[in-house]
Design a protein around this ligand. Structure first.
Ligand code: HEC
Length: 183
């Protein structure tokens, strides 16, 4: 009978703790952990093909876009903290809904290439989203498609993209391969 009592107390404390976690508005104290929602897409990329878009949506968009899908567990603390931190950080670094290239498309794609072969998407994400794991062929297809899409828009071939005056996405160089400046 004594063990039963101890178990009841431990269980009660655990449940109370869990409930309290849900109630604390952690995001109010730590902006990183705030639920960012899905703000409007600022500048959609003109994809070279539906396949390129599909690959990026499948593997990257949950974190690196304003079109994230939020599974139920992403709202349950403490998992929610991890998810919010990842998405807030990821969007700040790179947001395909508002791609503000700080370097040439070539350099940007090389950066993506480096990460796609090492740590992107993050391992923990793949556990919950096995569908986001890309084969080597798919990674290559994504990189090629991204290059195509970005060089096309950098060349200004599509006047349909909203031109935000302050943006620095104007194509100053369309030459492929020779872009070793800035930074
Ligand atoms: C689970 C969320 C998540 C997913 C999915 C994800 N990323 Fe990331 N990504 C992050 C976070 C968080 C960072 C910033 C911290 C870091 O570098 O680890 C980041 C950083 C990056 C960076 C570095 C940006 C810079 O300039 O430093 C690149 C490039 C990148 N991700 C590419 C991708 C690509 C490509 C995909 C899809 C194949 C992808 N990521 C999928 C969370 C994610």
């Amino acid at each position: 009978m004594k063990t039963r009592k101890v178990l009841l107390i431990v269980g009660g404390v655990l449940i109370a703790g869990f409930v309290i976690l849900q109630i604390i508005p952690v995001g109010n104290f730590i902006p990183e952990l705030q639920f960012p929602g899905n703000p409007p897409v600022v500048q959609a990329i003109q994809w070279d093909s539906p396949q390129t878009e599909d690959l990026l949506r499948r593997a990257c968009f949950d974190c690196h876009s304003n079109e994230s899908e939020w599974p139920w567990y992403s709202h349950i603390a403490p998992v929610s903290w991890l998810v919010m931190k990842d998405v807030n950080e990821a969007r700040r670094e790179l947001n395909f809904s508002n791609l503000n290239l700080r370097s040439s498309p070539g350099r940007f794609v090389r950066d993506v290439e480096e990460h796609i072969h090492t740590d992107m998407p993050p391992q923990i994400y793949l556990v919950m989203h096995p569908n986001a794991a890309l084969t080597d062929a798919e990674k290559q297809q994504l990189l090629d498609g991204l290059t195509q899409s970005l060089t096309a828009s950098a060349a200004g071939s599509s006047p349909t993209t909203a031109s935000t005056g302050s943006g620095s996405t104007s194509g100053d160089q369309e030459t492929e391969g020779s872009s070793e400046k800035d930074d």
